[in-house]
Design a protein around this ligand. Structure first.
Ligand SMILES: Cc1cc2nc3c(=O)[nH]c(=O)nc-3n(C[C@H](O)[C@H](O)[C@H](O)COP(=O)(O)OP(=O)(O)OC[C@H]3O[C@@H](n4cnc5c(N)ncnc54)[C@H](O)[C@@H]3O)c2cc1C
Length: 405
């Protein structure tokens, strides 16, 4: 019989939540403004996270394997409550790890997973490189090519990736490339580019609206040669997959879709963390600030905003927890529930942070207070890891059963 329904977190989850919250409050919050202004990779903060074991393969794997699925969401929410830019600097490597976990063999995960983080003494980073200048939402349009050199058992990669978190500064780059362009996304494969591989270089670093402590850059692949063992999943599996695609047989797109649906709640949880931060801050402010002889929260116009903010924040968390639980317990995402959680939380964060600015008036708009930064940070959550429109496409296709193009 299924266990009784409960919304209570267990002891382990509560402990991790508190541990991450303390780090967010004591280390991230005080440093957030400085790193937003500097627009540089916050190495001292990553080092602090590594020292306490938060930036590590062991911790991320432990959190990932929570059978309820909630731990990763709690970690993401608390960190982003501290600061979203610093969160992405700390969790960017996890994108690379997720690419390896989704496509690699268990042996490849054991070999490369720990290298995505390194050790507190020698920190390493990973990047997940999919997007290109002409292929963002439309991943089937990737131009980066991978050609097999059978004589040397090596793959040769050529192309330019753009907007890559940790791109060019990472030690491990997980690169998605086209092996057979005629097959579109079904002709693609993922490769590990190990540290120090010749031919991989950093292109431009982008200056951004928000999450400015997180490095976003181009990755140039110029005749990059990697051993055959760096093809994630192995050659035999790839050959089988390509043969099926050529015969026009159904691909395993259900599995790929399930992977995306399962990782989206964690991204939504970052948006949730920002929204919660802005809500708490503007609630405190509204209880203090006086205008026309009374506290501004005594106006329904302000109080109702806060009521709506809190309602949407809690609704976001419920969608996130549901989707994370569905992913962990392998429930079918029949209505795109993972996409729903990221869509709703992302749009809620943009809306809540804007309302927080409005509640604070002029003080909300200036850099002395963090709410303007939270608003700038929130916007990325309607763009990366699938835009809001792409999430709506996934949901619409799932509920209608119709392939809406
Ligand atoms: C800060 C940052 C970090 C990033 N990190 C990474 C990373 O680590 N790795 C990585 O691979 N990528 C990364 N990206 C890339 C990101 O995933 C893409 O920007 C995103 O997928 C959107 O692609 P695009 O920018 O090409 O927009 P486009 O695909 O050109 O879309 C433009 C607009 O058209 C809409 N649109 C497109 N197709 C449709 C459709 N069929 N129906 C309705 N609307 C549609 C979109 O929703 C959007 O509003 C990052 C981007 C940023 C800005």
């Amino acid at each position: 019989m299924a266990s009784a329904f409960s919304m209570e977190l267990n002891e382990d989850q509560l402990q991790i939540q508190k541990w991450v919250h303390d780090f967010a409050e004591q280390v991230m919050r005080p440093a957030a403004h400085e790193w937003d202004e500097r627009e540089e990779t916050p190495w001292p903060i990553i080092e602090e996270a590594a020292k306490i074991g938060l930036y590590s393969f062991d911790f991320v794997s432990q959190a990932f394997f929570d059978p309820t699925g909630l731990t990763m969401c709690l970690v993401n929410e608390e960190l982003a409550w501290g600061d979203a830019g610093l969160t992405l600097a700390i969790l960017g490597s996890t994108l690379g790890l997720a690419g390896i976990a989704a496509n690699g063999t268990p042996e490849q995960l054991i070999e490369w997973g720990p290298q995505c983080y390194g050790t507190p003494e020698k920190i390493q980073m990973a990047a997940f490189c999919v997007s290109e200048a002409d292929a963002g939402s439309d991943v089937s349009a990737l131009r980066t090519r991978a050609v097999y050199d059978e004589a040397k058992d090596e793959w040769v990669l050529n192309g330019t990736k753009t907007w890559i978190t940790n791109g060019g500064i990472a030690d491990i780059h997980v690169v998605v490339a086209s092996v057979d362009p005629d097959l579109g996304s079904r002709g693609q494969a993922s490769f590990i580019v190990p540290p120090g591989t010749a031919g991989l270089s950093a292109g431009q670093k982008f200056k951004k609206m928000g999450i400015r402590a997180s490095h976003t850059g181009e990755v140039i692949l110029d005749d990059v040669r990697v051993p055959g063992s760096c093809l994630l999943g192995g050659k035999e599996k790839l050959d089988e997959r390509l043969a099926r695609a050529k015969e026009g047989k159904r691909s395993n797109s259900q599995a790929a879709m399930a992977t995306f649906e399962a990782t989206r709640p964690a991204v939504g949880a970052q948006a949730l963390g920002i929204a919660r931060a802005a809500y708490e801050y503007s609630l405190d402010y509204a209880k203090e600030r006086k205008a026309f002889g009374r506290r501004i929260i005594e106006n329904q116009g302000i109080a109702f905003k806060l009521a709506d903010m809190k309602t949407r924040i809690d609704a976001s968390r419920l969608l996130i927890w549901r989707a994370a639980w569905m992913g962990a317990t392998r429930q079918p995402f029949t209505a795109g529930e993972g996409s729903m959680s990221k869509l709703f939380a992302g749009e809620t964060a943009v809306w809540v942070t804007e309302e927080a600015i409005q509640i604070m008036g002029g003080y909300g708009y200036i850099r002395e207070h963090p709410v303007e930064r939270w608003h700038r940070d929130s916007k990325i959550y309607t763009i990366f890891e699938g835009t809001s429109e792409v999430q709506r496409l996934v949901i619409a296709r799932a509920v209608s059963g119709i392939h809406i193009p």
